[in-house]
Design a protein around this ligand. Sequence first.
Ligand code: GLA
Length: 586
Amino acid sequence: MGAFEIGDEDFLLNGEPFRVLAGAIHYFRVHPDHWADRIHKARLMGLNTIETYVAWNAHSPARGGFDTVGQLDLARFLDLIAAEGMYAIVRPGPFICAEWDNGGLPGWLFTDPAVGVRRNEPLYMAAVAEYFEQLLPIVASRQIDRGGPVILVQIENEYGAYGDDKDYLRALVELNRAGGITVPLTTIDQPTDQMLSDGSLPDLHKTGSFGSRATERLAVLRRHQSTGPLMCAEFWNGWFDHWGAHHHTTSAEDSARELDDLLATGASVSLYMFTGGTNFGFTNGANDKGVFQPTVTSYDYDAPLSESGEVTAKYLAFREVLAKYAAVTGSLPAPAVPAPAFEVALDEFVSLWDELPALADISAAPTTGLPSMDALGQYTGFALYRSRLTPGARVLSFGEVRDRAQVFVDGNPVGVLQRDHHDRSIGLPPGERLDLLVEDQGRVNYGPRIGEDKGLIGPATLDGVTLADWQVLPLDVDGFVASGSARFALDLAGSGSLSGPAFVRGRFTAEPGVDLFLSTAGWGKGQAWINGFNLGRFWDRGPQTTLYVPGPVLRADNELVILCLHGTESTLARFVPRPDLGHTDF
Ligand code: GLA
C-alpha cells in the first residue's frame, strides 16, 4: 500500500518528494484495444502519471444506468495504467468541459427546468449523487492507499469560470469523501485572481490551466495556494478545431520551450493532451460566444502522440525536455508506417425517405406546438420535423435552429438553415409536404449555454402565422446501421453520382488491427460507419478531410456505410495513407 499526500513544499509519495509528470488520455476517446499502447507510449516519453476525465453522459445516456462496457470500462483503463507502473489522476466532474458534448452533463438532466446545474440545487445534487454512487466505487478501490494507481481526484472543472457557489463545491467534496475517496482533492482554474478564488475552497489544493508564460501564471496561482506544490494541471500543448476554421498547431520547439520553462520552476504538470483521440459518433461539443462553433470529429489536439498513436516531433521534443528532469527509460516507439491506400465502390444505396419506418417510430402522434428534440427524449444526432404547408405559403421562420436544418418540400431540397449563420427564415416553393432534417451538431461545453435544447425552437411561422401541427421523429441512425436491416437496393455502379439524404454501402477486405484513414473529400456532409462503429461526422467545410478508422474495428471483410446528407459526384470511397486534418493558419 502506498500513500500520496500534499506536503508543505512537494507532493509526497510514501513520504518522499514526488513531481507529477502527467499526460491526459481520455479513455472514452480512444478505442479500448489501443489503451495499453497509448499508456505505454506515455511512459516511454517520460511521464509517470495518466490523467483522465470521466464523461458522465457517456456512461449514463439514460438516467439510472451506468455503462462500463468496452470503451467505457474505466476500471480496466485504470488497471492498465497500474500495469504500466504509472499513477492516475481522475477528474469525474460532474462537469468536464473537454470539448465533449454538453461538457459531460447528460441531456436528460435538463428536461426538468427546476434542475439547477453546477450549483447546490437539490434536484441536480441528487442526480450527481446517483452518478457518484455508481462511479466512485471504481475509483476508490483503485486509490494508492488500497494498492491502486489513483493519487489525485479533481473537484468540478474550472468552476471559477462559471460560478462561485461554495456550498456546491463543499457538497461535491462531501460526496467524494462519502464515496470513499481518500486521496488529496484538487481544483483547476485559469490563473486569474477572480477565477482562482471563486473556483475553489481553502482546503482543496488549487492548480492552474495554461500553456505558456509559466512563471507569471504560477505567481498568480501562488497567491491562492500559499503552500505545497504548484501544478499546471492542464498544460495546453495544442488546441482543438471547429468546423469551418483552421486546424490548430503549435510548433514542437515552442511547446517544448514552454514545458521546459514550467518544469524549471519545480512545478508539477499534466499535459493536456498527451494524446487527444477522436470524438467518435456524435460526442463532440461546441462553443458559442455569439456564434455557434461545433468542434470537429478529430481531437488530435496537435498533441505529442497523434490521434492514431503516432510519435510526433512534439513527442520527441518533450521527451528531451522531460529527460532533463527525470529518468526517461525504455526505447523510442517505432515510427508509424503509412496506412494502406485503396478505393471501395459504394454501389448500394437507399434513400433516407424510404427507410423512415426503420429509422423512427412513424406512428408517433402529431403534436400541437413545436417540441424540441430533448422534449422527445432525443439528446443527440438527427430528428425529422414534418408538417403541411398552407396553399400559397411563401416564407417559413423559426425562433432558432439548433443546429442545422435541411429543408425539403415534397421531398425536394429547398435549402439549409444553419445556426452558425443565424439563419431563421427560408423562402419556399409551392408544395404540400414540409420536411426538415435537423442535426444536433454537438452541445455547447463551456459557459452559460450548456444544456440548452436542440432541434427547432419555436415559434414556427408561415408568412407570420403560427404553424402549429408537427410530427417530429427522432431518428436512430446508429441503431439502423448496426441492425443491418437497411434495404440497400439500387445498384449505383452505372450512375456514379448520388443525391442525398441517403445511405450508401460498400464492402472491402482489410487487415484487422491495422488503422485506416477514410477520405471524406467530395462527400459533402454526413456520417460514416464501419461494421456499425460510428467513426463520426464529416463536413466539406473542413478543416479535416479524413476520418480515423481504428484498426480494431476492422475485420477481414468489412461494411462501410456513409450517410450522405446532400450529394456526391463520385461514389468511390478512398482510404488514404495519412490523416489530413486540414489547413493551418500559418
Ligand atoms: C479548459 C478545460 C478543458 C478543455 C480546455 C481546452 O482547460 O478545463 O476541459 O476544454 O480548456 O481544450
